[in-house]
Design a protein around this ligand. Structure first.
Ligand code: HEM
Length: 293
């Protein structure tokens, strides 16, 4: 077996075959929900609907890892750590493993009856939406190998993989549709995905790969406002009230912290990290300049 083939299945090694702490940490992260479920196995088994509980867990973590995969591009810039791109494929394939488990568990929940399984998926709108997202993610996972990148050519491969944004949108719609009552967590998730996409749009619009700390601040505020507005409009439609009346309650923290605040806090955290990293970089540039003089 050649060295490169050996290191491609040894996920804990980088492309040069060296042990990689970053890859080991990513593997641990990807396996953590699995380990948590194994640890809580008895609690899950004694719950009302164990299979349904596992379907929910697999779907939730698939969405989380989809978000983490999309966060690689902004975070390698904010952290000034280009090497982060090394784990993107691993995270993408990990996401696919969780949606594969999600669908397999759903099949098990339908008592492995293929007819019932297909009937359910084709007769419920939220499952049709989930199925389209599923097929999209499968297509991206299949084409994620080096061989497929070569076969498709860089440009076509990149265009195909841009479908990830549409897939993320469908996955979020599926999440909202299946949520019965409180949409706080799906709204928070939607706000974070909006930030991830808005970051790219702003970087493209400004013609830069690295947003300034000020742009990140503007992004955090703008995405938080859109999240507040989106939530207010959603509640207004669902409960036939004025969205302005909903917005009046955003400073009322008795019923919990609204997703708009949570999204703002996440955005401001990125701003703080960026400010620290930018200071550290400037300091090291100054030190190198002084050393060279
Ligand atoms: C054919 C494809 C799919 C099927 C059949 C399916 C099925 C389901 C089912 C049955 C539920 C639970 C609904 C309930 O208890 O009422 C669920 C929830 C969920 N699914 Fe899917 N799904 C599919 C695709 C996806 C994809 C592609 C994603 C994301 C990448 C996803 C993410 C989720 C999430 C986040 C939840 C809610 C989890 C929670 O409650 O925290 N699903 N799905």
């Amino acid at each position: 077996m050649s060295e490169s083939t050996k290191s491609s299945w040894q996920l804990w090694r980088d492309r040069r075959g060296h042990l990689s702490a970053l890859r080991i940490a990513t593997l641990a992260l990807l396996l953590a929900p699995f380990a948590k479920a194994a640890f809580e196995a008895s609690e899950i088994a004694h719950g009302a609907r164990p299979l349904n509980e596992l379907i929910h867990r697999a779907g939730f973590w698939a969405l989380v890892f989809l978000g983490v995969t999309l966060a690689i591009t902004p975070f390698r810039r904010v952290l000034r750590y280009g090497n982060l791109v090394d784990i993107r494929r691993m995270l993408g394939v990990g996401t696919f493993c969780y949606i594969a488990a999600h669908l397999s568990l759903f099949f098990a929940d339908q008592s492995y009856d293929l007819g019932k399984f297909i009937h359910e998926i084709t007769h419920r709108v939220y499952l049709i939406v989930g199925a389209i997202a599923w097929i999209g993610l499968a297509a991206l996972a299949v084409t994620s190998t080096d061989g497929m990148v070569r076969r498709l050519g860089g440009l076509r491969w990149r265009r195909l993989h841009q479908a990830i944004y549409a897939i993320a949108l469908l996955a979020l719609i599926h999440y909202f549709q299946q949520t019965k009552a409180d949409v706080t967590v799906p709204t928070f998730a939607a706000g974070l995905f909006l930030w991830l996409i808005a970051y790219r749009v702003l970087a493209w619009w400004q013609g830069t790969s690295e947003l300034s700390t000020l742009s990140l601040l503007a992004l955090a505020v703008a995405v938080s406002i859109v999240t507040f507005a989106g939530e207010a409009i959603g509640i207004a439609i669902a409960f036939h009230v004025s969205p302005l009346r909903v917005l009046e309650t955003i400073f009322n923290f008795d019923a919990g912290i609204r997703p708009g605040w949570q999204v703002l806090a996440a955005g401001l955290l990125v701003v703080a990290i960026d400010a620290v990293m930018s200071r550290l970089r400037n300091r090291s540039v100054r030190q190198r300049t002084v050393a060279a003089e």
